[in-house]
Design a protein around this ligand. Structure first.
Ligand code: HEC
Ligand code: HEC
Length: 282
């Protein structure tokens, strides 16, 4: 039942995202593209050697920084300018940047002292896409009042860790949560990007479709959710990136003139069809 409800959320958030396209996301993306271009060829240098004012990423490759910054905007629900002074990324003048550093330290301490070093607590645990986590519980926000954020989809796979890794490596998602049913019978890993959240579920009693529907083509005839889709921008670039990463395509870029969409479809490592879509002007 739980999983049936998620399709409703997927549909609603997809619609919500369409109306949220004039968000500062465009500025974030432009800044990230510039940053990645600037970094080109230096990705493996230590972050502190390439950048000016680094403590969190000290000793890590510089190439990790753009993904981390992109993730922060989604986890905290803000744009780059919320933490950064215009034209000076290295500056610590904005209080939010200093708070972010302090909260990284808090998160590391919590995980170390309370969770045996596991990544149990993340920014998402408290922030859930907002700079000001609700301090008291109970006031359940209605869907219409919630900030449209990104599409959500849950999938059941044979090996959650392997599929999570696929989403991280191929689609640039990052892990935001791991959980396990009290009975131990099911586990899940939630991964996120700035446009979507995917809950990857592994259940000891899940059944594979292959013995029943051996023919991959006929899988399309099975009743239930047929595929998941994410609205994105810069779809040509995403397609090229995924191509370069060896992702399996079900369908390369095509236009749907009725829906005013450009779209392509890939298959994840567990065989799920994932469609990417970008609105074209009417
Ligand atoms: C929630 C706050 C936050 C947001 C949002 C954020 N950053 Fe950062 N940024 C930081 C922190 C903290 C550091 C320092 C990282 C460290 O200490 O390793 C940093 C460092 C950087 C640096 C390195 C500067 C230097 O030379 O030292 C760049 C470049 C950067 N961010 C770009 C971006 C871009 C582009 C975005 C938007 C896509 C963004 N940031 C969003 C907090 C943020
Ligand atoms: C244990 C809960 C918790 C965790 C984990 C957490 N935060 Fe926070 N964070 C808060 C609370 C509570 C506030 C303050 C809310 C307020 O004052 O309205 C806050 C405020 C902030 C702010 C300042 C927002 C503003 O404009 O004042 C930033 C930036 C921030 N957190 C970044 C992060 C980052 C980045 C992470 C992950 C590395 C993180 N936080 C992890 C609870 C948390």
């Amino acid at each position: 039942m739980e999983h049936l409800r998620t399709c409703g959320v997927l549909a609603v958030s997809a619609i919500a995202m369409l109306s949220a396209q004039q968000s500062p996301a465009g500025a974030n993306r432009a800044a990230l593209a510039q940053l990645r271009a600037h970094l080109a060829g230096h990705e493996n240098e230590p972050a502190e050697a390439f950048f000016t004012n680094i403590s969190i990423l000290k000793g890590r490759p510089a190439g990790r920084l753009p993904g981390m910054m992109e993730a922060l905007t989604g986890l905290i629900g803000v744009d780059c300018a919320y933490c950064h002074v215009d034209g000076n990324w290295a500056s610590d003048d904005k209080p939010a940047k200093r708070t972010a550093r302090a909260h990284f330290a808090m998160m590391a301490r919590l995980n170390q002292e309370q969770f045996q070093g596991r990544n149990a607590v993340s920014c998402w645990t408290c922030h859930r896409g907002s700079p000001h986590p609700e301090l008291t519980g109970g006031s359940s926000a209605t869907l219409s009042a919630a900030t449209p954020r990104a599409a959500f989809v849950a999938i059941i796979v044979p090996d959650a860790a392997a599929t999570a890794q696929w989403y991280e490596e191929k689609l640039g998602f990052h892990e935001s949560k791991r959980s396990r049913a009290a009975s131990g019978i099911a586990r899940s890993i939630t991964v996120e990007s700035d446009y979507a959240m995917v809950e990857i579920i592994e259940h000891d009693r899940s059944v594979a479709l292959e013995p029943i529907v051996p023919d991959a083509e006929r899988r399309r005839l099975v009743r239930g959710i047929s595929k998941a889709g994410f609205f994105v921008t810069d779809i040509e670039k995403i397609e090229a990136d995924l191509n370069a990463r060896g992702v399996e395509f079900v369908s390369h870029l095509f236009s749907d003139n009725d829906l005013h969409l450009k779209s392509f479809i890939v298959r994840d490592n567990a065989g799920n069809y994932i469609q990417f879509m970008e609105r074209t002007p009417r």
